[in-house]
Design a protein around this ligand. Structure first.
Ligand code: APR
Ligand code: PHB
Length: 387
């Protein structure tokens, strides 16, 4: 079997790449280890940057997102007994975010690929990459797929990055000494906008998915276990951390889904080797505080699509050779922003009273200086893709 681009992984990166290539007349096969049901149900992040929204709309897969997604024009930073709104409409006019679950994006992309006769294979076993320097091919479940190039879109725990010979990649990494416990609950959001709350007991985030479904996160110790967190304990802790301003009460409901996510920053450079190109979580991870993971994957895929379109049009390799460099600028900006948001809002055990005072002073600065608030806002809604 032969295709132009062999894509490993049917997350947002792999699926969007397959779709964008299709629009350029380039063939691909997507190989996914999990079932379709699994990837469509997997609850992940839910904040789409302006550029991500524009990309999906331009690619003809934004219809349901525009209908069901929730446009937001600000977020709240809550600390010290008060809420402070960061108004996007004032600080970054014309740019906003849309709250729409990652798994909804995945559903829309799978539907679009299948409607166009795309080749997306689920529950594929034993994917392995071969001959990356030239004439690459992928083996899986007893079959062989020859390709011109391979796109490794198989996330942080995939097989693509480890297929690169030792010594080629430089890895930059930061583990945080805490994790996020996330829940999805059948209850109307208690706030119209996202609330990022800093408290002495740790960070909490109030997000949402629809007028009847809310999403919450709690900072918990890195070794926290789900079985130690009963529904009552989760709601009590969310209340303690969020009901810190006069007049705010948190509505509670049935918890439909829960999970613990480790917090780390990770970048592997370069994001390519021979005929293999890494995109999304396969190449980099950010802590979720800046809501950048999915958006970075989309940005990578845009760059890769242009490079592959040029290559398949006339054999030119300039853009492909520059793929990693073109992506890494944005990747590192997002690493910094995510680290910055994380340190601004979480409690660190090693923090002494002096460090806590510094953190609060910085929060006061971000919420009172237009320059500082604009820094947050322009990174949060996402820097333009064409810069
Ligand atoms: N063979 C085939 N598929 C694989 C393999 C493998 N060996 N290993 C992993 N996969 C699949 C996973 O099952 C998953 O469906 O690759 C896919 C990778 O998807 P994601 O982890 O969603 O990564 P990506 O597409 O880069 O999306 C970016 O944004 O919100 C963030 O981290 C979040 O996943 C999100 C990311
Ligand atoms: C989410 O809604 O899942 C979400 C929102 C904001 C974040 C992270 C996750 O920073």
């Amino acid at each position: 079997m032969r295709t132009q681009v062999g894509i490993i992984g049917a997350g947002p990166a792999g699926l969007l790449l397959s779709h964008l290539l299709h629009l350029r007349g380039i063939s691909s096969v997507v190989l996914e280890k999990r079932s379709r049901e699994y990837v469509e149900r997997r609850v992940r992040a839910g904040v789409l940057e302006q550029g991500t929204v524009d990309t999906l709309v331009e690619a003809g897969v934004g219809e349901r997102m525009l209908r069901e997604g929730l446009p937001h024009h600000g977020i709240e930073l809550r600390y010290g007994g008060a809420g402070h709104r960061i108004p996007f409409e004032k600080l970054v006019p014309g740019r906003s975010i849309t709250v729409y679950g990652q798994q909804e994006v995945v559903k829309d992309l799978i539907a679009a690929r299948l409607a166009a006769g795309g080749d997306v294979r689920f529950e594929v076993e034993d994917v392995a990459l071969h001959s990356l320097e030239s004439q690459p091919y992928i083996t899986f479940g007893g079959e062989r797929l020859d390709c011109d190039v391979i796109a490794g879109c198989d996330g942080f725990h995939g097989v693509s990055r480890p297929a690169i010979p030792e010594g080629v990649l430089s890895v930059f990494e930061r583990d945080y000494p805490f994790a996020w416990l996330g829940i999805l609950a059948r209850v109307a959001p208690s706030s119209e906008e996202l609330i990022y709350a800093r408290t002495e007991r740790g960070f909490a985030l109030h997000s949402m998915r629809s007028p009847t479904v809310s999403r919450f996160y709690l900072q918990v110790p890195a070794d926290a276990r789900l079985e130690d967190w009963t529904d009552e304990r989760i709601w009590a802790e969310l209340r303690t951390r969020l009901e810190t301003v006069p007049g705010f009460t948190l509505a509670t409901g049935e918890i439909m889904e829960r999970g613990i996510t480790p917090m780390r920053g990770f970048v592997a450079e370069p994001m390519q080797y021979g005929r293999l190109y890494l995109a999304g979580d396969a190449a980099h991870i950010v802590p979720p505080t800046g809501a950048k993971g999915l958006n970075l994957a989309v940005a990578d895929v845009r760059v890769l699509t242009e490079a592959l379109a040029a290559y398949f049009a006339d054999g030119s390799t300039g853009l492909l050779d520059g793929y990693s460099d073109a992506c890494l600028k944005r990747v590192w900006r997002a690493q910094h922003f995510s680290w910055w948001m994380t340190t601004l809002l979480h409690t660190f055990e090693e923090d002494d009273p002096y460090a806590r005072k510094l953190q609060l002073s910085y929060l006061d600065y971000v919420t009172s200086s237009e320059a500082a608030a604009t820094t947050l806002a322009e990174n949060y809604v996402g820097l333009p893709f064409d810069r």
